[in-house]
Ligand binder design. Structure first.
Ligand SMILES: Cc1cc2nc3c(=O)[nH]c(=O)nc-3n(C[C@H](O)[C@H](O)[C@H](O)COP(=O)(O)OP(=O)(O)OC[C@H]3O[C@@H](n4cnc5c(N)ncnc54)[C@H](O)[C@@H]3O)c2cc1C
Length: 495
């Protein structure tokens, strides 16, 4: 009998018996460079790969609507990949611990494998599950499948978690040497399962209405889509990344964020691909682009470091002086921002790109975030919640970091007096108005000079472009300069 999963390039050890083991997929929806799956196969046991849909175990931050769309398609591709290995990916709904217990009891499972998670509710959940399995003498093996450096692996000289990016990243770069990614299994030994699982469709992850239609044209969820996106970016984008990354009209960034979030690709794979690219090129060629790109991967690591060590930051400001900040809740203002009807073209373009595609360029995330928190004085949490529901890359670590950064209340945050001017930002990063014209087509015929400030355009220019402010496109909902002064007044008091 061919008892073993063949594992190219790795040594495999045979277990003395053939009781199966479980491998729980969570935010690691890939076969390549997957340490928990590798170890499960290497143990010589038949592997039962499982995905349990248990959104309530993620507390207040269960996946939003756009993430669910992505998850559905990603799981579907993963199941196909397993099928090619003659293995079934099993789907279950309900409490993970109960599903695991059933599988253990009915299939004589003797070990459970997973890659670790770092979100507060997930950490707590996994800790309890691990303990309960150990108490019953079931082997548990957990691995790092998501980060270059786990949150506890680096600390300041005082032994504290980092709160500033530059020394954090310096320390990580000194410590880590990402190796070659693990190969995907070429064969796997499957187990005979005695438990009835459910279908992916039973999770009900796809939207009932058709708001996600454009997602299908924009994205290819799954491991293969992630690999293609990475190699396309390495081929055509990375060398110019440093110069191009801030211009939302172009394709200057990798768009790997949703793939990284669900672990369809690992940061080790990204790192390795960048190194291979640099080795192929002449010395120093392309280095600034690659360094700049890897440091963004570093911001992702930083986000996880902060979230793990300061788990309350998902809901509370990291800087305690922000706790009593007098945010001004207005349902109407929030709605106008969400719908991309603020009257500031760059803000509206970003919010509409988000709604249509489930993604927004980083520069524009900062602009719309600054507008929400400083021009409208709406709490960063309202922004974080909306992004959570609408982003296909919604990621608790990066979203929390991003929003607290924008508001000035988080780690290494923008200083309180840094208030983005939406007109200047737009003129600098969208000089020809291409991005605005794409997402706010009612302004498409305005000349470049007025595209980012239509309210200043002469009447005849507006008329010629078919724009009637207040009718075809909104008047600015606030005066940026007045709003800025009001925000500065409040920020000065709490600093
Ligand atoms: C208010 C706000 C909210 C955000 N919410 C999220 C979120 O929910 N999920 C998310 O993945 N990113 C978030 N970001 C960070 C950033 O905007 C996205 O990661 C980036 O735009 C994704 O596009 P990309 O893959 O083309 O990035 P690239 O520029 O190609 O960067 C490569 C990867 O590095 C990581 N990265 C890049 N920039 C950052 C950053 N500033 N912080 C942390 N990681 C980064 C991402 O994993 C990204 O895929 C947020 C930023 C802001 C300002």
């Amino acid at each position: 009998m061919d008892k073993m999963a063949l594992w190219s390039g790795r040594h495999t050890t045979m277990a003395s018996n053939s009781k199966p083991c479980l491998y729980l997929h969570r935010q690691d929806l890939r076969l390549e460079d997957n340490p928990a799956l590798t170890a499960a196969i290497d143990s010589g046991r038949p592997v039962i790969p499982v995905f349990v849909w248990a959104p309530e175990e993620q507390g207040d931050w269960s996946p939003g609507a756009a993430s669910r769309w992505w998850l559905h398609h990603s799981l579907s591709r993963l199941a196909e990949a397993y099928k090619k290995l003659n293995v079934e990916l099993l789907f279950f709904k309900g409490k993970t611990a109960e599903v695991v217990d059933r599988l253990i009891a009915e299939n004589d499972v003797e070990a459970v494998y997973w890659n670790r998670r770092y979100e507060p509710a997930a950490v707590e959940h996994d800790k309890q599950l691990k303990q309960s399995l150990k108490d019953r003498e079931i082997e548990v093996h957990s691995f790092n499948g998501a980060l270059l450096c786990e949150p506890w692996e680096v600390e300041t000289q005082q032994g504290d978690p980092y709160q500033v990016f530059t020394p954090f990243w310096k320390s990580v770069r000194q410590k880590i040497k990402p190796g070659k990614p693990l190969n995907a299994p070429k064969e796997m030994q499957s187990a005979k399962i005695k438990v009835k699982s459910c279908q992916l469709d039973d999770f009900g992850l796809l939207p009932k209405l058709d708001w996600a239609d454009a997602f299908t044209d924009t994205w290819t969820p799954g491991e293969e889509g992630a690999r293609e996106k990475l190699s396309e970016f390495i081929k055509n984008g990375i060398d110019d990344y440093k110069e191009q990354r801030d211009f939302p009209a172009g394709r200057g960034t990798s768009r790997l964020s949703p793939h990284l979030h669900l672990g369809e690709i690992s940061p080790t794979q990204v790192w390795h691909a960048v190194e291979v690219h640099l080795n192929r090129k002449r010395k120093n060629d392309g280095q600034p682009g690659a360094d700049s790109y890897l440091s963004e991967i570093g911001w992702r690591e930083f986000g996880y470091h902060i979230l793990y060590h300061f788990p309350k930051t998902t809901d509370k400001a990291l800087k305690s002086n922000f706790e009593g900040f007098p945010w001004k809740y207005s349902k109407k203002n929030l709605r106008q921002w969400q719908k991309g009807n603020t009257g500031y073209p760059i803000v509206d373009a970003g919010m509409r790109e988000l709604w249509e595609t489930g993604w927004m360029h980083n520069r524009v995330r900062m602009i719309v975030g600054s507008f929400l928190t400083k021009d409208l004085l709406l709490s960063w949490k309202k922004g974080a919640q909306w992004f959570w529901d609408t982003l296909v890359d919604a990621d608790l670590a990066n979203n929390t970091l991003g929003w607290q950064w924008v508001a000035g209340s988080g780690a290494d945050a923008a200083p309180y007096f840094r208030i983005f001017n939406p007109i200047l930002q737009a003129e600098r990063y969208d000089p020809k108005g291409e991005y605005v014209r794409r997402w706010v087509p009612e302004l498409a015929d305005l000349p470049d000079k007025w595209i980012h400030k239509p309210w200043e355009a002469p009447d005849e220019v507006l008329e010629k472009a078919g724009v009637t402010l207040g009718e075809t496109y909104p008047e600015p909902m606030v005066d940026h300069f007045e709003a800025r002064d009001a925000a500065l007044g409040i920020y000065k008091k709490i600093k």
